[in-house]
Ligand binder design. Structure first.
Ligand SMILES: [Zn+2]
Length: 848
């Protein structure tokens, strides 16, 4: 099909929708009526409008000369309806009126049905929307392209006892003769159709909290109001933070944050009516770990950043979705860092950057921005490269330009394009104006080519030389590789003396001298925010390792993370990685969880690759590194310790209880779990995840039964997720099979793809989960939301146990033949990661 057939005519623009919707939750249907005031730039006799899975019963067109019936036909392939007139109407103002019906689907897209169990254990229904990217057309006929901004004036006809929420504030609520309640909402500012939302059903709203004149509420299942305090606090903080940062008032008149029991994504930035997965909004903060709380603050901050960047100013077309999401990711991190500086958010962001670089080290990576003709092509943009790579590249740019000039440029961009649409280059122009730096040429090298460079530092005589080369896990450059050649790298470097002097150098050649060599070792990517990996010559790394205590936390994280990436890429051997890990152990203790997360990852990969034969050897290495840390921290939190210490303790206990199989740690986990089972005591929240992991790794049928019961009757959605995660970590065959079976029935379709993905990654469960997915693929793919299918299969990228080495062709065959709903490079990426990991595990088996 050609692009033109898919695109709307540019000569007709909607201005104002008056939309009335009456859902029937029992029948899972709805009916609606709609009047759209439009402006035609040319005379017309036909209108193409987006609509799919809708029956348009009547359509009339009214202009100053009269009202005319339109003949309705459907172009299902292009998700359009044609409204044809017998006569031609002149350019100018006109209105379309329509009556239509539709279905509330169960695929978590468009206007759909979600359910939960109430206190009487009955299943109750709500109806809710998720429109991005192109599913508004499943709920009402509309001009469903981001540039077709219009005002939306919405009314909902609902059961009298039900709540009704939409983007605008409620202006009136009247009882109808039918016994139903009619709720009218204030018109929105001009917005794109993908940002419209309505939610209806037996839900409750908290008492509004006013921040800068904006009432903030949490909408939730009845009985959960005591679990909303933390979300209100995070939302209030974000509204204030962004109002000040952008220097522009919050662009709507109210803010509702709505917890939806079934939700395909994390959250959705519908203006004034943001929808969330329950576990990303509803929490007992006294019973949550720091990372669980941080995730909630991240997501709330991200969505509220979109109220300005995305909703007030919107991309012209879907190729711009990356900037929308990358910017929100960058802003979320700034905002969370401000919410609680003790969390050291930019250090944990280092982990996200490194995870993005994992995908970006594949020849099957993609440029951040690429042409999008058909809107379905943009589905592939909702991935780690858009969010985490995009956010990292913006952070690197901000550090290069300076925070204040960056803020000023962003603010002027938002002012200039408020209520309208913009393109990526409009932001670069605004930043060039505020900073006088070559922003566009610098960013083009990161945005329009995939991959990133490995920057090597070495001494040559009296010179310090840097060189850049493309980094990849699989060597060479196969045909079709999307990894670029050369980048414009805003390099930072400093000497490990006692001064704090930071030097910068814009490296846009393959090789350059950056300084005279000195007797004090020099590090590059100083301060740690660059989106590149670093290698040092053998001579330099030997100078740096004894000085590792002089690095900042993020620099130390990068040193170990870059070492590990080079092991995966076969650039250094495993013992080189252990050298750095041992230095961390020897010179510390560094009580830094991101750093130790990389060490733990390196040990876990080796353990899985080597299999049971060498598990004791790896266990000894892990024990030598992690036991001293436990001796420093102890099993129980000190009253005055920072929350991040709890994160590290949890990692230590997890490694010691699973990889090392330390009897004392296992006994600690089991006795804590027994107290939880008997109701004597509850688990320390920061340790709950690790304790459950150890229980599952060593657990039996009785443990499983308790975990399952807690999953079914959790105290809040976070606890539900914790216990679900534990269900995926048992290692006895019947228990693995039981959890897999539940993914076809009991586990919500929003969660099950991730449960399977995790089980694919497990050393014991991996091969069993692979067979399960291969044998049940059709059933799984038809049950889960389309956007999550590739997330499920992603777990196959880390199948590399010795058993899988012998069955590699089965995995290759599956990945070569499987069909997934989304377009883009996801499957190619999974295949390449599978091969890279297989090669790594074969190397480790021969080396170690
Ligand atoms: Zn977003």
């Amino acid at each position: 099909m050609t692009t033109e057939n898919y695109r709307l005519s540019k000569t007709i623009h909607p201005l104002h929708y008056k939309l009335h919707i009456a859902p029937n939750l029992k029948d899972a249907t709805f009916r609606g009526s709609l009047e759209i005031k439009c402006e035609a730039a040319e005379a017309f006799s036909s209108i193409r409008i987006n609509a799919i899975e809708l029956v348009i019963e009547t359509a009339t067109i009214t202009d100053p000369s009269g009202t005319y019936n339109a003949n309705i036909t459907y172009d299902t392939e292009n998700e359009m309806a044609n409204l044809d007139l017998e006569q031609e109407l002149p350019s100018g103002a006109f209105a379309i009126a329509m009556n239509f019906t539709g279905i509330l689907n169960d695929r978590l897209a468009g206007f759909y049905k979600s359910t939960y169990r109430n206190d009487e254990d009955q299943i109750v229904e709500i109806a809710t929307t998720q429109f991005e990217a192109t599913d508004a057309r499943r709920a009402f006929p509309c001009f469903d392209e981001p540039e077709m901004k219009a005002i939306f004036e919405i009314s909902l006809e609902v059961e009298p006892e039900h709540i009704a929420i939409s983007n605008g504030a409620e202006v009136s609520s009247v009882m109808l003769a039918s016994g139903k309640k009619l709720v009218n909402f204030e018109p929105t500012i001009p917005i794109s159709s993908y940002l419209v939302a309505f939610v209806v059903g037996p839900l409750e709203a908290t008492t509004p909290r006013e921040v800068r004149g904006i009432p903030i509420r949490i909408i939730h299942r009845p009985g959960w109001s005591h679990l909303t305090t933390f979300a209100v606090e995070a939302a209030a903080h974000a509204v204030e933070f962004f109002s000040d940062f952008f220097g522009i008032a919050y662009p709507a008149s109210k803010l509702d944050l709505i917890a939806i029991p079934d939700f395909a994504f994390g959250a959705m930035e519908n203006i004034g009516a943001v929808t969330f997965r329950e576990s990303l909004l509803i929490v007992d903060s006294a019973n949550a770990s720091q990372p669980e709380k941080e995730r909630i603050v991240d997501v709330i901050s991200h969505e509220i950043a979109h109220m300005w960047f995305g909703d007030l100013v919107t991309m012209k077309w879907w190729n711009g979705i990356w900037l929308n999401e990358a910017f929100a990711t960058y802003m979320e991190t700034l905002c969370t860092d401000h919410f609680d500086p003790a969390w050291k958010k930019w250090n944990t962001f280092g982990i996200y950057r490194s995870t993005a670089q994992t995908t970006d080290s594949l020849h099957a990576t993609r440029p951040i921005e690429y042409p999008v003709a058909h809107p379905s092509d943009c589905q592939g943009m909702f991935d780690i490269l858009t969010y985490e790579k995009g956010g990292s590249v913006l952070r690197m740019l901000e550090r290069y330009l300076g925070t204040e000039p960056t803020r000023a440029g962003v603010s002027s961009y938002l002012r200039k394009y408020s209520y309208a649409n913009a393109e990526t280059t409009d932001l670069w122009d605004a930043l060039e104006e505020s900073t006088h730096a070559p922003v566009r040429s610098l960013m083009d090298s990161w945005v329009f080519q995939g991959g990133f460079p490995l920057v090597t530092l070495k001494k040559e005589g009296t010179d310090l030389i840097v060189e850049q080369e493309p980094f990849s896990f699989i060597p060479g450059k196969p045909e079709g590789s999307a990894i670029g050649e050369i980048w414009s790298v805003p390099l930072t470097f400093r000497n490990l003396d006692d001064s704090d002097e930071l030097n910068t150098y814009l490296l846009d050649t393959t090789r350059a001298k950056i300084a005279d060599s000195s007797s004090v070792p020099t590090i590059i990517n100083a301060k740690g925010d660059g989106y590149y990996r670093v290698a040092y010559s053998q001579e330099l790394i030997q100078e740096i390792i004894p000085q590792i205590h002089k690095l900042e936390e993020l620099e130390r994280f990068n040193l170990i993370s870059d070492s590990w990436a080079q092991v995966v890429a076969a650039k250094i051997d495993y013992l080189g990685f252990l050298d750095v890990a041992n230095a961390l152990g020897g010179q510390g203790p560094f009580l830094e969880s991101p750093v130790w997360a990389v060490v733990a990852q390196g040990l876990e990969v080796a353990s899985k690759a080597l299999g049971s034969e060498k598990s004791e050897w790896i266990g000894d290495i892990a024990g030598a590194l992690f036991r001293p840390l436990l001796q420093v921290l102890g099993f129980n939190p000190a009253d005055d310790e920072p929350e991040t210490t709890g994160v590290l303790r949890s990692q230590i206990i997890s490694v010691l209880g699973t990889l090392v199989k330390d009897p004392e740690v296992i006994e600690f986990a089991q006795s804590t779990f027994r107290s939880e089972m008997s109701g004597e005591a509850t688990m320390e929240p920061s340790l709950a995840q690790s304790i459950l992991r150890i229980i599952a790794a060593n657990g039996d049928e009785a443990d499983y039964a308790f975990v399952l019961d807690k999953y079914r009757h959790p105290s809040d959605p976070i606890e539900e997720q914790r216990y679900l995660s534990a269900l995926s970590e048992f290692t006895e065959l019947p228990l693995i099979e039981r959890t897999l079976g539940m993914s076809l029935s009991e586990i919500r379709s929003q969660d099950a793809p991730f449960t399977i993905s995790k089980m694919l990654a497990g050393a014991t469960s991996g091969p069993i989960a692979f067979d399960f997915v291969a044998n049940n693929y059709e059933a799984l793919a038809s049950r889960f939301p389309e956007s999550t299918i590739s997330r499920m299969i992603e777990g196959m990228a880390v199948l590399y146990s010795p058993e899988i080495s012998n069955r590699a062709n089965e995995v290759r065959n599956f990945l070569a033949n499987v069909r997934i709903p989304e377009t883009g490079k996801k499957l190619l990426q999974i295949r390449e990661r599978f091969e890279a990991n297989l090669a790594l595990s074969n190397r480790l088996r021969s080396q170690l």
